[in-house]
Design a protein around this ligand. Structure first.
Ligand code: CA
Length: 209
């Protein structure tokens, strides 16, 4: 059964969520702090995350940012009392997959989580090698997006799902240099997240739209 990590510091909400998710057959891990959430992602390998924004140690956004910086593409649903459009946009920009405001409807939350899990299962099943894909050429990346050769190399490694640490080691440069270059190339590509770099570099052929 699917594993879900709930990051929520309000005990009543966390427990209610855990109950309803477990009664749906999910395996649930609970974190009440940002630091704990990040270590549980590594140890528990959840297939989806429910992420509160107001946490006692660090903002939920930083959890999301750190996750994506590590190259994790686990689907994240933000569950927050913050209803402003700017908050939602910030979440999506940092790589969130969905956003539900509190107070929330339990059936709706469950339906959205099920949709995220289905999507995750579909993309995992569609192995890149078995799909008919074309890769944007180096020339296209240079001419169309103005990427430098080093940015192109790193964009391809990001699209390949490598983490910053792996890229740094492979190229013999520092983790921070890799991070800075990725920020630059996301900007040039107009990509909101690392996952979007993959989507951009590997375009399906014969797309009419
Ligand atoms: Ca909270």
């Amino acid at each position: 059964m699917a594993r879900i990590l709930v990051v929520e510091d309000t005990r009543e909400i966390a427990e209610a969520l855990q109950d309803s998710l477990e009664s749906e057959g999910y395996e649930v891990a609970l974190a009440t702090k940002a630091a704990h959430a990040l270590s549980l992602v590594t140890s528990h390998k959840p297939e989806v995350l429910v992420l509160d924004l107001g946490l006692p140690d660090r903002d939920g956004y930083t959890v999301l940012e750190e996750l994506r910086a590590r190259g994790s593409s686990v689907p994240v649903l933000i569950l927050s009392a913050r209803r402003e459009e700017a908050d939602k946009l910030r979440g999506f920009r940092l790589g969130a997959d969905d956003y539900v405001t509190k107070p929330f409807s339990r059936p709706e939350l469950l339906a959205r989580l099920a949709a995220l899990l289905r999507r995750g299962a579909t993309s995992a099943a569609a192995a890149p090698a078995s799909r008919q894909v074309t890769q944007l050429s180096d020339d296209a990346l240079r001419d169309r997006y103005g990427l430098t050769p080093r940015q192109i190399t790193i964009a391809r490694l990001v699209a390949d799902g490598q983490t910053n640490a792996e890229i740094a080691e492979k190229l013999g440069i520092s983790f921070f240099t890799v991070r800075n270059i990725i920020v630059q190339l996301l900007g040039r590509l107009g990509a909101p997240s690392r996952a979007a770099v993959g989507a951009l570099l590997f375009a399906e052929p014969n797309e009419s739209d």
